[in-house]
Design a protein around this ligand. Structure first.
Ligand SMILES: [Zn+2]
Length: 267
């Protein structure tokens, strides 16, 4: 098994912002200036001078800068904090993509400080979305974790699950990390079998979305029930039930991949 549990893949889809904040030393929100753009380098330099930001980087080719603010820092002048999850349902698609990229790269930078080959402290590469080792000259680029998320159907019914470690009143899709050596379709079959004990057929890729909590790329699938009895993986799944697609329970929030799958956004 992957060192993370299978359910970590979409864990943050169903966490509250407080829960997500508690899992990280940095804020999961994004700062937007009054002009509705990511903060300028000028704002970031002021924050660094005031010692309220602990890391920053800029990508001039994408015309934005990003920083990690200390948890206790005030919101910079002329800026607003917006929960990043809200972006997925409300903001312009290009801005959402930039905010998502910023969140993912800041998380990666925070967790990638030493060379994995020789142990030397890394520096920013000339290309600022990478890091470089001054001793062995390795270049290290941001990593993305491929994950699957799948909506299983049987006629007009959807199989939805309540996860043991997420918001208890939400019913979501089955999801998990792709393991070494397997295809994303094999991952769909394995995750469904592991989590609810059934076999699926007619697996169909329907779309994808970046999910930077911290670094997932979610591959979304539809699949049909084939055979087997539901038997949940109890340490991960509280309940797995069939629901009429016209009479659904509470599902993850708009903007999440699960919501898009269940509501047919992906087709
Ligand atoms: Zn090195």
């Amino acid at each position: 098994m992957h060192e993370k549990t299978a359910h970590d893949a979409a864990d943050s889809e169903c966490k509250t912002d407080n829960q997500a904040n508690n899992s990280s030393s940095t804020k999961v929100n994004v700062i937007i200036s009054d002009k509705y753009i990511l903060p300028s380098e000028e704002i970031i330099r002021k924050c660094m001078a005031l010692h309220v930001a602990d890391d920053w980087y800029a990508e001039p080719e994408y015309n934005y800068s990003a920083m990690n603010l200390e948890d206790s820092s005030p919101t910079p002048a002329n800026c607003t904090f917006i929960p990043l999850r809200d972006f997925y349902n409300s903001a312009d698609e290009n801005l959402t993509q930039l905010a998502s990229r910023a969140k993912s790269i800041l998380s990666w930078r925070e967790n990638t400080r030493f060379c994995s080959k020789c142990g030397t402290q890394l520096t920013d590469a000339k290309n600022l979305s990478a890091k470089a080792c001054p001793k062995c000259n390795s270049e290290i680029f941001p990593r993305i974790e491929p994950c699957i998320i799948v909506l299983v159907s049987d006629g007009d019914k959807y199989l939805l699950v309540r996860h043991a470690h997420r918001i208890q009143n939400l019913y979501a899709c089955i999801s998990g990390f792709v393991e070494a050596g397997e295809t994303i379709e094999q991952c769909v079959r394995r995750e469904v079998k592991e989590e609810v004990g059934i076999n699926v057929k007619n697996i169909r890729y329907v779309g994808s979305q970046s999910w930077p909590f911290p670094d997932q790329l979610m591959f979304a699938f539809r699949a049909e029930y084939d055979s087997g009895e539901i038997k949940v993986q109890e340490d991960e799944i509280s309940e797995a039930l069939w629901f009429d697609k016209n009479n659904l329970p509470a599902i993850p929030a708009p903007g999440s991949v699960a919501h898009k799958l269940i509501t047919g956004y992906f087709g």
